[in-house]
Design a protein around this ligand. Structure first.
Ligand code: ZN
Length: 266
């Protein structure tokens, strides 16, 4: 019996040693990464590419205070195969992964404003959408400052991005997709909207909401065929939500949760 146990222990040690050595071999690392990306991110993925569908997924409903139960502000909208996030709060990519969302399908982020809780997941999103097969630069839309968010994030992750390409190759990490582009815009007044995207049946417009002291805090309205959804971003009760959202099919509006309030007042 002892001999069997010793043999068993020896076999285990050999197996552990082989795994340890194998994990240091680049080809095996590539294989595991590819399998990991495929099985974890894209296993049984939700199909966001249906040309006739509009899909809304909440990937974060928290706020600026760390919350074990909520990721930061993050909502996914897919319309006719185009996939965007509204804000990229911390923890959003983890929620997307849990939901088996193919992150490589995400082409851009529409920022309501640039408070930290709405932007802090961008680095993880950029990497995971890239690893998930995104072939074009991630595009950010939002108020002035979004260019700096794009360039600063790109610079912060430059060493990481280069190492991903060097390590895993251009088939997995397409070099042209590591870039983060940005388009900023200003909504001239509370009475006006700005058309952010209008292509085919998809139209995305932005309007001002009240999130003082920020001058440029936006709500978004997304129209696709005969469907529509409106996002408030962070705002107090604002007549613009009525003006631009009263006839929408779905309205996603900020509320202040008691957990956040209790954390704030101590
Ligand atoms: Zn805010």
């Amino acid at each position: 019996m002892k001999r069997v146990l010793l043999f068993g222990g020896g076999a285990t040690l050999v197996l552990v040693a082989l795994v340890a050595i194998g994990l240091r071999v680049p080809a095996i690392q590539d294989f595991l990464l590819e399998r990991g990306v495929t099985s974890v991110i894209a296993a049984e993925p939700i199909d966001l590419t249906d040309p006739d569908s509009m899909t809304l997924i909440f990937c974060g409903t928290g706020g600026p205070f760390p919350d074990p139960d909520r990721a930061g502000p993050c909502t996914l909208v897919a319309a006719g195969g185009r996939v965007f996030l509204i804000d990229s709060g911390s923890g959003g990519p983890q929620r997307l992964q849990q939901l088996r969302i193919p992150m490589g399908d995400i082409e851009g982020v529409l920022y309501t404003h640039l408070h930290s809780d709405h932007i802090s997941g961008l680095g993880d999103l950029a990497l995971n959408s890239w690893a998930g097969g995104r072939k074009e630069p991630l595009t950010l839309y939002g108020p002035p400052g979004v260019e700096g968010l794009a360039s600063g994030t790109f610079d912060a992750f430059a060493v990481d991005s280069k190492s991903r390409i060097d390590h895993h190759g251009e088939d997995i990490f397409a070099p042209q997709a590591q870039a983060i582009s940005a388009t900023s815009f200003v909504v001239p007044s509370r009475d006006e909207t700005v058309t952010v995207i209008e292509e085919g049946d998809l139209k995305i417009t932005a309007f001002k909401v009240d999130h003082v002291p920020l001058e440029n805090a936006y709500g978004y309205r997304i129209d696709f065929k005969d469907r529509s959804v409106v996002f408030s971003g962070d705002t107090v009760r604002d007549q613009n939500m009525v003006r631009f959202g009263s006839d929408a099919d779905v309205m996603v509006h900020e509320v202040m949760g008691m957990t956040n309030i209790n954390t704030f007042i101590g």
